[in-house]
Write a protein that binds this ligand. Sequence first.
Ligand SMILES: [Zn+2]
Length: 469
Amino acid sequence: MVPTRHPWRHNLLAALVPILACAAPAAAQPFDGERDSQPESATLAIVGGLLIDGHEGPPLSGGIVLVNGDRIVAAGSREALAVPAGAEVIDATGMTVMPGLIDVHVHLDILGHSDYQHWHGTHRPDYADVMAVSARQLLMSGVTTAVDLAGNPDALVATQRRIESGAIPGPRVIASMGWITNWTAEQVGRHHRRTHTVNVRTVEEARGAARTAIAQGAGILKVHTGLSEAQLRAIAAEAGRRGLRVTGHVGDRDDLLMRIRSGQDGIEHLYLSAGDSPSIHPDVIQGLVDRQTWVVPTMIQTMAQGLAVEWPDRRDNRRARALTPPDLWADVRRSLENPRRFGYFGGGLRVNRFEAMGAKLRQLRDAGVRLLVGTDAGTPLNFHTDATWQEMDLMVGFGFPPMEVLVTATRRNAEYLGLGDEIGSLTPGKRADIIVVDGNPLLSMRDLRNVAAIVKDGRVYKRPDAGAR
Ligand SMILES: [Zn+2]
């Protein structure tokens, strides 16, 4: 991307598309922390820095966040709150303190390689090891909650347990376990994720697949293509009983409209059955608005694959390499040598495609469709180390106010997941998922590359490096 410093025109896309006039932001709420009283005890204090609490109100300069155990107990100004004796202090002076990022679409079993058949053929026996690498990459990039949309259930459950016990660093993982399809036997047989494809042919089987995923520990259900309306409704009913979302891919426009009708809560990817058309069909927009369906654009996934051919330098991503064991990195890197071999790279960057992407994104936003931040991280050239901030940067490039983007990647994503009372903002009582960013994402979303401190559930995973500033 073009490295200029203009906050409103700071990437390639901003140069390609007209800038959206600044739409009226949601009504600003007062800074929550100011109302908090002084807690008697705290285990951790993050002191100084610009506080962005996730409520879309104005940020607070020179803030303090107090944590006791795994919970936030106060957030406000340094004048109003004192650091209780015994608390560990993280000095955030000159930096930005905000809620941990939430990415609602990742794949822990892949690391950005290009050759799916090779990767899954090779790494099926050690999925849990690969997932540990992805988990660390995500957390170290400021992602404190991630939604895995299809992986091996045993490996996912093992990974969740290892993260929760503190054995390995990683975000809180909400997983769909497998994904549910209605494919032919031949389609299933040749698919690289066939071992966690749950293929159903009847309504009863669809219901059973939903129940099985939930029994395995699914926190969301993922559907893929081919399902009938009756099957979708059965899956949505099972999910609804447990308060879970159903999300996934869609086929053509009729299929998309059917899924919205059937109660699929989320639509993954911005293709939205428009093919190469520059806009989304009005019937689709109307359906999304009427049913309040959420859309996860995963623009960076499309972008990464487009860039693979034009700007292959991306394959030498230093952050991903630094956080990947050498043998796995060698495998990833080898697969990226000749991306043209793979059809999904689509012949490289096509500017018109990205113009259409921006136009569709704005169309959705203008209509009031609820958008989320998810990235499909792990897919080819879409590294866990960078996907989330890059998706957010694309949103800013397409004209979204930065504060709205931050709130989308935190509080709005949490609300979508039904975790609005637990995570997504620096609100007392919520889990202490906090990142300290060296810089100010309201000025440059790319500053999110520089996460200086990471706290999840009150545990400190990274502290500011005194030498770096
Ligand atoms: Zn995906």
